[in-house]
Design a protein around this ligand. Structure first.
Ligand SMILES: Cc1cc2nc3c(=O)[nH]c(=O)nc-3n(C[C@H](O)[C@H](O)[C@H](O)COP(=O)(O)OP(=O)(O)OC[C@H]3O[C@@H](n4cnc5c(N)ncnc54)[C@H](O)[C@@H]3O)c2cc1C
Length: 376
């Protein structure tokens, strides 16, 4: 059986930060926006710590992310240059912070609490690595075996869920035995009220509670959920588990794509298309014998090196994105697609390991949303 035919003003392919933000901005302007999502986004794997170094339109990016984050306990601290500490004891720059982010400005002595069975935080490793870094004070490792799951939904209502309340009580008891003023815990809580759960823990334990910047875990999931909620609340339709597998061009425009979900296929027609498909990390581009290529739309690629890693091959691979001229996608024959835009890390050079992460991605989404509006 085929998927139902869909049509919209704007189709956004990819539901990471770029896709969600572009969808939110366009849907808020009254356009009928559909966003298709497939699999895991890089956004949900990130630590969510956002640097605005070198980002254009910093003020608008700050407003946009803080505005969306407010309902989700994200980016609530006063914006400004800060240094976050990662779960591996390294330091990352961040300009947007949440109240429970562990930053370099904490007290001299910090406790790091690992929970048996939770792989997100190894206090022995973190304390060893932090000892090598001058800007991090003295850290002491602790372990507790509380049998808590690695993710606990704190809910979205006026107060936290029962499950998270029980976890908070158990954590507070374990923490009350520690001497240090500040305690680092793994990022356990999910949902809009995760921040409230941490605040309650802070009050009941009498300690400052902080989280290290942790990739591949709950901080990225929180950001993903927050941005998706923002897109849905603005009126965007989210078509989950849909992979775009082909497109139909009419001259210099694309008017429809083929999508697949499981064994079912269908068509989506649109006025404008935003490709927020990510780079080789999220599979928006694939790597063949001749290097990275666009597997779906037959578009040209470009490299744009914004930084360099030890491996030149990796630097090149991470610098690749879909070629575009003033945001519009370019085909392999050099022609510019008039109604197709490229946003976020699908653009050449917008790669986190090369110094361009979520801040640049958000800025790109802002710009592309304006260009699409100008076209429609
Ligand atoms: C482990 C890790 C840690 C990171 N940590 C940080 C950090 O701390 N700070 C920071 O600023 N940045 C960080 N980043 C980078 C940051 O996550 C990315 O820059 C950002 O999330 C890219 O957003 P995006 O919307 O461009 O792409 P993505 O979030 O990757 O979204 C693209 C989506 O498009 C989908 N897609 C692709 N092709 C198709 C198709 N044909 N049909 C349907 N869907 C498709 C992909 O499956 C993917 O889900 C990190 C990245 C990783 C992987």
């Amino acid at each position: 059986m085929d998927l139902p035919e869909t049509s919209c003003d704007v189709l956004v392919v990819g539901n990471g930060a770029a896709g969600c933000l572009a969808s939110t901005l366009l849907a808020k302007r009254g356009y009928d926006v559909c966003m298709v999502s497939r699999g895991t986004t890089s956004t949900s794997l990130s630590t969510s710590r956002t640097s605005l170094s070198g980002v254009s339109r910093r003020k608008e990016v700050t407003q946009l992310l803080r505005g969306l984050g407010a309902a989700y306990g994200l980016f609530g601290s006063h914006p400004g240059k800060g240094e976050g500490i990662t779960s591996l004891g390294s330091v990352v720059r961040q300009d947007l912070s949440s109240p429970h982010d562990w930053l370099c400005t904490g007290p001299e002595r910090t406790a790091v609490l690992g929970l048996k069975g939770n792989a997100d935080l190894d206090p022995d490793l973190l304390c060893r690595m932090a000892g090598r870094c001058d800007s991090i004070g003295e850290c002491r490792p602790y372990w507790a075996d509380l049998g808590l799951p690695s993710s606990i939904d704190a809910g979205g209502g006026p107060t936290i869920t029962r499950e998270s309340r029980v976890a908070v009580e158990e954590l507070a008891e374990a923490i009350s035995e520690m001497d240090e003023e500040m305690v680092i815990i793994p990022p356990l809580f999910l949902g809009p009220r995760h921040d409230l759960a941490l605040s309650i823990l802070e009050r009941s334990s009498g300690r400052f509670i902080r989280e290290a910047a942790t990739p591949l875990s709950n901080p990225g999931r929180r950001l993903q959920a927050c941005l998706e909620r923002g897109a849905l609340d603005s009126g965007c339709r989210l078509l989950g588990d849909r992979q775009v597998i082909g497109s139909l061009a009419q001259g210099h425009e694309l008017r429809e794509v083929r999508i697949m979900s499981g064994l079912r296929e269908g068509t989506i027609r649109f006025g404008a298309l935003v490709l927020a498909t990510g780079n080789i990390v999220s599979g928006g581009l694939q790597v063949g014998c001749d290097g990275p290529y666009d597997p779906v739309f037959g578009l040209a690629t470009d490299t744009c090196s914004t930084g360099s890693l030890r491996s030149p091959a990796l630097t090149t691979a991470l610098s690749v994105g879909i070629r575009n001229r003033e945001g519009r996608a370019v085909r392999k024959d050099g022609s510019v697609m008039q109604n197709v835009w490229v946003a976020g890390s699908a653009c050449p050079g917008l790669s986190y390991p090369l110094g361009r992460g979520l801040g640049h991605v958000a800025s790109s989404a802002l710009t592309i949303a304006e260009m699409v509006r100008g076209y429609l």
